[in-house]
Design a protein around this ligand. Structure first.
Ligand SMILES: [Zn+2]
Length: 233
């Protein structure tokens, strides 16, 4: 649009200039010249504004290219961090495979991480050192908690309600059970039941009984202890 009007103005100036020779008197010629100057000034103004727009767009493109590169780098960077429970119910992003304890590890705000930003959580001790707080200065969130999970605590986490129902079932019936026995009793599909069996086996709460087909499992001493402890808590 602007380029078109700029060309139109330039053509108008050209047309006037072409007609100058045909003009007989001084006054007409002077008028034509001043008209040409007027149009040329308009052309110049228009050209400057176009140039300004062009440079704004160039800057914008450069910014977008930079942002695009940043997001590509971020994608790779992101892979290096995992979402980890650092205190009961509290999650942060931590570098994968970090063996250091959670207290000293660099922890990044999980919320900001989802917004493609790596914001370090600042730890403070509050109330005369009895509790801890972590603050994200980017999203201004603060969480207060008693202590970090120890690395070994993570495998000692509380089971979810379905897994607990399953393990209680073992406890209550006091006999060997298969996933097929249990899944309908706790209202889950066989596949989901098997998934929970895998978790319970992994935690050594149940163990496969020898020679059973389909495989049946029994509660271990550790599993029994868990049920008792979870009833008390
Ligand atoms: Zn944050």
């Amino acid at each position: 649009m602007e380029v078109a009007s700029l060309l139109a103005s330039a053509k108008a100036a050209y047309d006037i200039a072409k007609g100058i020779n045909a003009l007989k008197n001084e006054v007409d010629r002077n008028q034509a010249v001043s008209k040409i100057l007027e149009v040329l000034i308009a052309v110049q103004t228009e050209a400057l504004s176009l140039q300004e727009k062009h440079s704004l767009l160039t800057t914008k493109i450069q910014e977008l290219e930079k942002e695009c590169d940043r997001l590509k780098d971020w994608q790779a960077e992101k892979e290096r961090y995992e979402l980890k429970e650092i205190a009961p119910g509290l999650f942060a992003r931590i570098e994968k495979g970090l063996v250091d304890n959670l207290q000293s590890a660099h922890k990044f705000c999980a919320t900001c991480f989802e917004q493609n930003s790596k914001a370090l959580l600042q730890q403070e001790k509050i109330q005369v050192g009895t509790r801890l707080s972590l603050t994200c200065h980017r999203c201004k969130s603060t969480v207060i908690f008693d202590s970090y999970l120890k690395n070994s605590d993570q495998s000692e986490q509380k089971l979810d309600s379905i897994a607990e129902n399953i393990i209680k079932r073992f406890f209550d019936t006091g006999r060997d059970l298969s996933a097929n026995d249990i899944a309908p009793a706790v209202s889950v599909s066989i596949g989901v039941g098997q998934y929970y069996f895998d978790i319970l086996i992994d935690r050594k709460f149940i163990v496969q009984s020898t020679g059973s087909d389909p495989p049946e499992y029994s509660l271990t001493a550790k599993g029994r202890a868990y049920v008792i402890e979870s009833m008390n808590s």
